[in-house]
Write a protein that binds this ligand. Structure first.
Ligand SMILES: Cc1ncc(COP(=O)(O)O)c(C=O)c1O
Length: 471
């Protein structure tokens, strides 16, 4: 078999080799084609009912999002939210002149978020909505790069070799940032002793060309928080010893919408002076449907003015900072809806329930002799486990992932990043709507499948097995 090329990969699931979708003749209307090409725009029109049915039926082949324990992204909103979504699907976030109220609501939202993250003066903070955490992280990274460049230029120093210091367990968006914006990525490997970036040995990575350090609140691989305060302390020491003064961007894709509600005493946000900017995904524990992120800068000095563009707004100018021009405005309204609907207490209750389910499940998984827990879901409602040393040579966590998939559950197994790439873990992400009931059903399936795998006579073949983890 030839190697799959990149185009094969991006096409996704193969639904056979045919070049067309064939329509059941019972449903085709007189005069309509019964074969619709898959890779060319069809020549003729279809009736809306027919086109709808084809798309609807294709989309049905996707997995059931309620059983998807791999994604962090929201898969449920209530009926009022859906109504708002339908009503506002036509709004373009960039048309501030046309949709001034949506623009005003965007500002209200990020100011509320700046408050949640303890910005010293939320009225002096700057923020924006984005399409997700990836864009928010890139904007955070860009601001760090520009600030560093300006400082260096003003001092007559070279700006040729910027670097960013980050854990080897960062999400792929940071690799993209470093690649796209030409910044050297300096990865600090994780290990059994230092399971997250924790400030240990940071002085070996940071130098005068370091634009910033990324601290992750909710590492994608495991859900564990990186200790932002300890990282800041290590940077304080570096500043005192060498004069190299490095700011922090907190990638709070998940945790920045958990910690303010459920771990209010944990100091990770703008209470730490070194934290210049924080980003999160509105569409993760912000509880909104996909397509929303937020980034907030501590104050105007953290966001260089030359990165800001001005768009026409009510006859005046509105500052914007984004990679995209057009993007949906509906999600911003949905975020505002949820802030009003749930309030602080409601968010806390929803997130607390997810934490409670995650911890229940983690401790039950821990009781299964095949497993060792990596973490227990007490940071964000996410936890991971590994196979207990010496438990079996007949099966792997990839096999368990496959067996669970047969029952509809998506529970990915994947290797950890450097220096733990020999270690495979399996992870569960608990989101709003994953009830104790569903958790109990998952647990029963895990036990049944482990039992089945343990009773195998010999090892399972592993050729061609792939990991399902892409986050
Ligand atoms: C820590 C972290 N940062 C960034 C991202 C990217 O987020 P988004 O999918 O909202 O672009 C993720 C996604 O899982 C993440 O876990």
């Amino acid at each position: 078999m030839p190697e799959k090329n990149a185009r094969d990969h991006v096409r996704g699931r193969s639904t056979g080799d045919s070049d067309s979708v064939s329509l059941n003749p019972i449903f085709a209307r007189p005069g309509e084609a019964t074969d619709i090409p898959k890779r060319q725009v069809p020549q003729a029109e279809s009736l809306p009912e027919t086109a709808y049915q084809i798309v609807h039926d294709e989309a049905m082949l996707d997995g059931n999002s309620r059983l998807n324990l791999a994604t962090f992204v929201g898969t449920w909103m209530d009926d009022h939210a859906r109504r708002l979504y339908t009503e506002s699907a036509d709004k373009n976030m960039i048309d501030k002149d046309e949709y001034p109220q949506t623009a005003e609501i965007e500002t209200r939202c990020w100011t509320m978020i700046a408050n949640l993250w303890n910005a010293p003066d939320p009225e002096r903070a700057l923020g924006t909505s984005t399409i997700g955490s990836s864009e928010a992280c890139m904007l955070g990274g860009l601001a760090l790069k520009r600030r560093w460049q300006k400082r260096r230029r003003d001092a007559g120093q070279s700006t040729e070799r910027p670097n960013l210091v980050l854990s080897s367990a960062v999400q792929v968006c940071w690799e993209k940032f470093c690649n796209y914006f030409e910044v050297e990525a300096r990865y600090v490997p994780i290990s059994e002793e230092h399971r997250t970036l924790d400030g240990h040995g940071l002085d070996r990575y940071v130098d005068e060309n370091t634009i910033g350090v990324v601290a992750i609140m909710g590492v994608t691989y495991t859900g564990a928080y990186e200790p932002v305060a300890a990282i800041a302390q290590a940077l304080d020491k570096i500043a005192a010893d060498s004069g190299v003064d490095v700011p922090i961007h907190v990638d709070g894709a998940s945790g920045a919408m958990i910690a303010p509600f459920c771990q209010p005493d944990l100091v990770w946000d703008f209470r730490i002076e070194r934290v210049a900017s924080i980003s999160t995904s509105g569409h993760k524990y912000g509880l909104v449907y996909p397509g929303l992120g937020w980034v907030v800068w501590r104050d105007t000095s953290a966001l260089p003015d030359e990165l800001i563009f001005y768009v026409s707004y009510l006859g005046g100018n509105m500052p914007t900072f984004a990679l995209n021009f057009s993007r949906p405005g509906a999600q911003v309204l949905l975020q505002y809806y949820l802030f009003l609907r749930l309030g602080f207490d409601g968010y806390r209750r929803v997130q607390q329930e997810s934490l409670s389910v995650a911890q229940f499940l983690a401790h039950e998984v821990e009781k299964i002799p095949a497993f060792e827990l990596w973490n227990d879901g007490s940071d964000i409602p996410v936890f991971a486990w590994r196979l207990a040393k010496g438990h079996t040579d007949k099966w792997t966590l990839y096999d368990l992932s496959d067996r669970l998939r047969m029952k509809g559950w998506l529970v990915p197994a994947y290797p950890m990043p450097d220096d733990l790439s020999d270690l495979t873990v399996q992870r569960v992400v608990v989101r709003n709507g994953f009830s104790h009931d569903l958790a109990t059903a998952l647990l029963a399936d895990i036990k049944t499948e482990v039992d089945y795998l343990d009773r195998l006579d010999g090892p399972l073949p592993h050729e061609g097995q792939t990991t399902a983890f892409h986050h």
